[in-house]
Design a protein around this ligand. Structure first.
Ligand code: HT7
Ligand code: ZN
Length: 874
C-alpha cells in the first residue's frame, strides 16, 4: 500500500456524533453491535467509508433498513456504503475472535482461556479491529457502551466513561453500561471484562469533584498495587498545582495485564497498564522499577489533558501528545525525586535510544512526513526528542510564560484535535512571541552538532565564544538547515568558581548563568570584564538535544567534574573526560585524560562530598552503545574490552581496600526502605561492588553471595546476582537456581531472571540465550518475556549479540520471522536492533547485511516488520 503522507491530510468528509456499542462478550467469539449517528456537510459528495479489519460482518442496516448486498462493499479493510446522508444512523453487527488474537490489538485475551480476562488496545488503529468506524483521531464522538456477559466468567465489566447502570440478564448473564460525556476518538476507547479484583481510594479534585480511583488486577497480584495508587494520587495533585488541570469523570480505572505490547495506554477513564509498570513490592521490584511505576502512572494520567481532552489531528502530530506528556512526566518525576539524577537518566536514554535512531537509516523528524505502518512510529524520536523540544520551548518562555501558554493551549483546543502549529501558536501568542522558528525542529531529522570555540583576550579582559551548528544529512533529508539552539552556560575561573557574566546589552546585576540562542550557522557571543581565561560550562542541564563538540582539554573537563555545581554538567564533564580516556586506551596511548579522570574520581570518592547517587553515576563511564555511536568501524567486542579496562583502572586507582571498606559501610546500612537516601545508598553500593569485583573477585564474590542471601529487597538481590553471573563466580549457579525457584510464580521477577542472564557480555551469550529459551517459562507469545530475553540480548548486550561469526544476527532473524506470525508490533520493534549495521567493521557488516536481506526477501511478512527491515537496509 502507498504510504500515508502528512501533506495529503484532508478533514474527514464524514463525522460520527454518537456511538452506541453493545458487546456480547465471550472468550472465543464476541459479537459487537454498533449504532453510529453520522454527520456530514450535506453538500459534500464523498461516499461513506469506514475502516474495518479482521471483522466478520453479520449484519448491516442504514436508517433502520437492512442493506442489500449491492448497497455496500467490504474490501481491503474498507467498508463503503451507498445512500448515507447527514443524520443517518448506521447499525452494524460483527463477530470477533479474541482468544485467537495474538497480535494484542483490538479485543484480545490476557492469560489463559480458563482464567484470563478480555481487554482492548486501540491506539493507534485498533478500533477498526472491533467495529466499522472512521478510525482516525480527528473523528471524535460521544460513546455509550453496554457490556453483556456470563456473570461467573466475567464478574467485572468495565468501559471508559461514567457508570450508567448494571443488572441481571437471563441464563446467568449480566450487563453494565457506561456513558462518556467527553467526545473522544476511537483510539481512546476501551473495555475490560473478567475476574479482577480492585483496590479503591476516594479523591476530591481541586475543583470539587468526588472521584473514585480504582486499580484492578488479578487476585494473585492485587496486593502489589498500593504503590501505584499512591503515585496516582501524587500525579493528580501535581497536575492540579502545576498546570491547573483537574480530573473530569466520576471514576478513574487502571487495569494491570501481563499481555501488552507497550508500557501502558491512556484510554479515557480506563487506563490499561502492562503489569511491569503498575505492580511493585519490595520483595520483587527494584528501585528503578518503583521509579518507573511512578513515572508511567503519571504519564498516562497526564494524557487525560495532553492527549485526551486535546488530542491529535492525525498521527503525524503524535509528538503533540507524546512529547508533551513525556516532558510533563519528566518535570513531575524531577519534583518527586532528585532533579539532576532524573535529568541524567533522561539524557542517557536519549543518547542510548534516540541518537542512534537519528544517525541511521531509521532517522525521521519528530513530525514525520510519511509512514507506512503507524505503529512503527512510536519511537524514541517522537517521544524523547519530542520532549526535549517542549523543554526548549518551556525554557525559552520561563516557568510563568510556559504556564500561560499551556493555559491558552488547553482553553483554545479543549475537545479538539490539534496540530503542532496550534501548540506553538498558543504558547507564542500567550507570550507575545513568535515561536514559529522552533517548528523547524519538528521537521528536520538528525542530531545537530554544536561546535564551540572560546577565545580569551587578556588585554581587553573579554571572552568570545563562537558557536557553530551543523546537522548531518539523513536518509530521508539531504538538505539541513540551522535551528534555534538555546545554550545555557556559565564560565568558571581556574579555581572552579563561577564568574559573573557581562554581555553587551546587559545592564542589570550580572548573573553567573545565562542562555544564548544560536539560530544561524555561526555566531559569536562576547563576555566582558572577564578577569582570567575561563573554562566554559556549556549546554547546562542539556539545554538542547545536540551533540556538543568542544575541544576541551583534560584539565578543563576535570575542573568541571570537580567543581560544577550543576549536577548534570558535572556528570557530563565526567562522561566527556571518560570518553577522552577511552580514546587514549583505544589508541594505545594512555595519557592526560585517563590520569585526570582517575584522579578526579578517586578524589571525589575519597572526599565523600558528592551525594551518593550522583557519585554512583560519576563512577559509571558512558555505555558501549554511546561509544559505538562515535566510531566509523564498530567492533563491539573491542569496545567492551576497552570499557572493562577503563573501569578496572578506576577500581585500581581508588584501591581494593578503599572499595571494600566503603562497601562494608554501605552494606551495614542495608534496608528495603524506598526513600531517596536509601535508594542512593543501594545504588552506590552496587557500583562499588562491581568495581571491586573487577580487581579483586576473590573478595567481591563472597560479598556478592552474602548480599544475595541476605538481601532485604530486590535491588540488592538482583544486583548481587548480576555481579556473580558476570564474574562467572563459583557461587553463581546456586544463586541462579535459587532465584529461579523462589520467583517461579512471579512473572515480572522471572523476566528479570531472563534479562540478567541475557545481558552477561561476551561470545558465550548466545548459547546462554538458546539454553534459556528451553526453559518452560519462555514463550514467544508474551511480549514481556520476549523483551526480557531476546530484547535484553540484542539491545543491551552488544558484545554478545554482535558475535564475530554473525550467529547473533542469524538467531535474531529466525526469531523475527517466528514472532511476526504471532505479533507484528513486537517483531518490528525487535527488528530495530539491526539499526546501525552499516557502521560495523567489515566482517560483521557483511554478515548482518546478508541476514537482513534474507529477512527482507521472505514472503508473508507483516507490514510492520517489512517496513522496518526495508528501512534498515536503506
Ligand atoms: N499512547 C500509548 C501508546 C500505545 C501504543 C501504541 C501502539 C501500539 C500499542 C500501544 N499501547 C500503547 C502509550 C503512551 O505513550 O502513553
Ligand atoms: Zn504517552
Amino acid at each position: 500500500a502507498a504510504p500515508t503522507r502528512l501533506d495529503a491530510y484532508r478533514a474527514p468528509a464524514w463525522r460520527v456524533e454518537t456511538v452506541e456499542l453493545a458487546f456480547d462478550l465471550a472468550i472465543d467469539t464476541t459479537e459487537v453491535t454498533a449504532r453510529l449517528r453520522l454527520r456530514c456537510d450535506p453538500t459534500q459528495t464523498q461516499p461513506l467509508r469506514l475502516d474495518g479489519e479482521n471483522l466478520e460482518l453479520l449484519s448491516i442496516a442504514l436508517d433502520g433498513t437492512a442493506l442489500a448486498a449491492d448497497a455496500y462493499r467490504y474490501a481491503n479493510n474498507v467498508l463503503e456504503i451507498d445512500g448515507a446522508r447527514d443524520g443517518s444512523v448506521l447499525e452494524t453487527r460483527v463477530r470477533l475472535r479474541p482468544a485467537a488474537n495474538t497480535a494484542l490489538e483490538g479485543l484480545y485475551l490476557s492469560g489463559s482461556a480458563e482464567a484470563g480476562f478480555l481487554l482492548t488496545q486501540c491506539e493507534a488503529e485498533g478500533f477498526r479491529h472491533i467495529t466499522f468506524f472512521p478510525d482516525r483521531p480527528d473523528v471524535q464522538a460521544l460513546y455509550t457502551v453496554t457490556l453483556r456477559a456470563d456473570r461467573d466468567r466475567f464478574p467485572v465489566l468495565l468501559a471508559g466513561g461514567n457508570p450508567d447502570g448494571a443488572g441481571e440478564l437471563d441464563d446467568g448473564r449480566h450487563w453494565a453500561r457506561f456513558v462518556d460525556p467527553h467526545p473522544k476518538p476511537g483510539y481512546l476507547f476501551a473495555v475490560v471484562a473478567g475476574r479482577l479484583q480492585s483496590i479503591e481510594r476516594d479523591y476530591l479534585t481541586a475543583d470539587g469533584r468526588a472521584v473514585t480511583l480504582k486499580i484492578w488486577a488479578e487476585a494473585d497480584v492485587i496486593d502489589r498495587c498500593d504503590y501505584a495508587m499512591d503515585a496516582l494520587e501524587r500525579a493528580m495533585r501535581w497536575d492540579e498545582r502545576t498546570y491547573g488541570r483537574n480530573y473530569d469523570l466520576d471514576v478513574f480505572h487502571v487495569v494491570a495485564t501481563h499481555d501488552f505490547n507497550m508500557g501502558a495506554m491512556e484510554n479515557k477513564g480506563l487506563n490499561i497498564f502492562n503489569a511491569k509498570y503498575l505492580l511493585a513490592d519490595p520483595g520483587s521490584s527494584t528501585d528503578d522499577e518503583y521509579r518507573h511505576v511512578e513515572s508511567v502512572i503519571a504519564h498516562e494520567y497526564f494524557h487525560n489533558w495532553s492527549g485526551n481532552r486535546v488530542t491529535c489531528r492525525d498521527w503525524f502530530q503524535l509528538s503533540l501528545k507524546e512529547g508533551l506528556t513525556v516532558f510533563r512526566e519528566q518535570s513531575f518525576s524531577a519534583d518527586m525525586n532528585s532533579a539532576p539524577l532524573k535529568r541524567i537518566e533522561d539524557v542517557s536514554l536519549l543518547r542510548r535510544a534516540q541518537f542512534p535512531e537519528d544517525a541511521g537509516p531509521l532517522a525521521h523528524p519528530v513530525r514525520p512526513a510519511q509512514y507506512s505502518e503507524i505503529n512503527n512510529f512510536y519511537t524514541a524520536t517522537v517521544y524523547e526528542k519530542g520532549a526535549e523540544l517542549v523543554r526548549m520551548l518551556a525554557g525559552r518562555l520561563g516557568r510563568e510564560g510556559f504556564r500561560r501558554g499551556m493555559d491558552l493551549y488547553f482553553a483554545r483546543n479543549d475537545g479538539k484535535a490539534a496540530t503542532l502549529e496550534d501548540f506553538l501558536a498558543a504558547l507564542g501568542e500567550a507570550n507575545h512571541t513568535d515561536l514559529g522558528p522552533y517548528l523547524a525542529w519538528y521537521a528536520q531529522a538528525g542530531t545537530p552538532r554544536l561546535q564551540a570555540r572560546g577565545e580569551y583576550d587578556e588585554a581587553r579582559r573579554s571572552y568570545a565564544l563562537t558557536l557553530r551548528q551543523h546537522t548531518p544529512a539523513t536518509a530521508s533529508q539531504a538538505q539541513t538547515h540551522p535551528l534555534p539552539i538555546p545554550v545555557k552556560l556559565a564560565l568558571f575561573d581556574r579555581d572552579g568558581r563561577m564568574m559573573p557574566l557581562h554581555m553587551d546589552a546587559q545592564t542589570s546585576k550580572a548573573a553567573t548563568e545565562t542562555v544564548v540562542v544560536l539560530d544561524t550557522d555561526e555566531s559569536t557571543f562576547v563576555f566582558h570584564d572577564v578577569p582570567s581565561a575561563p573554562v566554559p560550562s556549556l549546554l547546562r542541564g542539556f539545554s538542547a538535544p545536540v551533540i556538543l563538540e568542544c575541544d576541551y582539554d583534560a584539565a578543563e573537563l576535570a575542573l568541571l567534574l570537580r567543581h560544577d555545581p550543576d549536577g548534570f554538567n558535572r556528570w557530563e564533564a565526567g562522561q566527556q573526560l571518560a570518553t577522552l580516556a577511552y580514546a587514549e586506551l583505544r589508541d594505545g596511548a594512555p595519557g592526560h585524560a585517563l590520569d585526570a579522570w582517575l584522579g578526579a574520581l578517586s578524589d571525589l570518592f575519597a572526599r565523600g562530598e558528592v551525594e551518593q547517587a550522583l557519585l554512583a553515576n560519576l563512577l559509571t563511564p558512558p555505555t558501549e552503545v554511546e561509544w559505538a555511536e562515535r566510531e566509523a568501524r564498530v567492533d563491539p567486542a573491542r569496545i567492551h574490552a576497552l570499557r572493562q579496562q577503563l573501569q578496572r583502572q578506576l577500581a585500581e586507582r581508588i584501591g581494593a581496600e578503599a572499595l571494600q571498606q566503603r562497601y562494608r559501610t554501605l552494606a551495614g546500612e542495608a534496608s528495603a526502605a524506598l526513600d531517596a537516601a536509601s535508594q542512593a545508598q543501594r545504588r552506590l553500593k552496587q557500583r562499588v561492588l562491581e568495581l571491586l569485583c573487577l580487581i579483586a573477585p576473590d573478595v567481591a564474590q563472597p560479598l556478592a553471595a552474602a548480599q544475595y542471601d541476605s538481601a532485604p529487597g530486590m535491588t540488592d538481590r538482583l544486583g548481587a546476582l548480576a555481579v556473580l553471573l558476570r564474574s562467572d563466580a563459583p557461587q553463581a549457579a546456586a544463586a541462579r537456581a535459587h532465584y529461579r525457584q523462589r520467583h517461579a510464580d512471579n512473572a515480572l521477577a522471572l523476566d528479570k531472571w531472563f534479562t540478567v542472564q541475557a545481558q552477561v557480555p561476551g561470545e558465550a551469550a548466545l548459547d546462554r540465550v538458546l539454553m534459556l529459551e528451553r526453559d518452560p517459562a519462555f514463550t514467544l507469545k508474551n511480549p514481556n518475556r520476549v523483551q526480557s530475553l531476546l530484547g535484553a540480548f540484542v539491545r543491551a548486550n552488544p558484545s554478545g549479540f554482535h558475535r564475530a561469526d554473525g550467529a547473533g544476527y542469524r538467531f535474531l532473524a529466525e526469531r523475527l520471522v517466528q514472532l511476526d506470525a504471532l505479533n507484528p508490533q513486537v517483531a518490528a520493534r525487535l527488528a530495530t536492533a539491526f539499526n546501525g549495521w552499516q557502521r560495523l567493521e567489515p566482517g560483521r557488516r557483511q554478515a548482518a547485511r546478508a541476514v537482513i536481506e534474507d529477512v527482507a526477501d521472505r514472503d508473508g511478512l507483516s507490514r510492520n516488520l517489512r517496513e522496518i527491515v526495508a528501512n534498515v537496509l536503506k
